[in-house]
Design a protein around this ligand. Sequence first.
Ligand SMILES: Nc1ncnc2c1ncn2[C@@H]1O[C@H](COP(=O)(O)OP(=O)(O)OP(=O)(O)O)[C@@H](O)[C@H]1O
Ligand SMILES: [Mg+2]
Length: 192
Amino acid sequence: MGSAMSSRTGVPGPAGSGHGGVGANAAGGRDEGGDAAANLGVLVVRPAPVDLSRLAVMAARLARSLLPGDLVLLEGPLGAGKTALVRMVAEALGVTDGVRSPSFTIANTYQGRVTINHLDLYRLDGEADEDVFALEEYLTPDAVTFVEWPETARHRLIAAEWVIRMDHDTPDTRLVAIEARDEGVAARWGTA
Ligand SMILES: Nc1ncnc2c1ncn2[C@@H]1O[C@H](COP(=O)(O)OP(=O)(O)OP(=O)(O)O)[C@@H](O)[C@H]1O
Ligand SMILES: [Mg+2]
């Protein structure tokens, strides 16, 4: 059982997790996307409306796709659901503390089956702040790091394994796109 799991050396899945209804169409690999992005990475989920109720399913699949050391950038406007998605991924990784927006603290760290850093750079104000904020301290090989509002420090975040773009859609849906840095990272999503 769990042959897919045995090939993973990274973040262990939930105890006893079968895929059940979660990611029910996962077997098809990059079935939700597959178009190569124009200039970056591999689009594993092309921009499409996702029901709020389905976001947790997507988050759980992302959680299974992550490895320690991964950097995940979260783009999209205020209230798009970036923090909500991090909360769902963290829960899938066994975090029991409530995940709260790090808008004011800039960074929060949680301990699940892997260390999770959750950064929000919205309040970093240009280069002066950027220089004093020790961003690299969070980008450690043992942790998964999520960064909301990465634009301010984009040039220090070019190694991101994942870029997730979220946007408002209807009250019950969000537009979500997920891009992996390369085919190797994309393959994790395909088997998650
Ligand atoms: N999956 C969801 N289910 C229910 N409500 C949601 C969901 N996602 C987002 N929301 C609603 O949208 C609000 C804003 O979401 P969230 O704080 O995650 O946005 P954000 O993209 O992190 O915004 P910011 O840029 O301000 O950090 C939440 O308080 C919640 O009311
Ligand atoms: Mg947020």
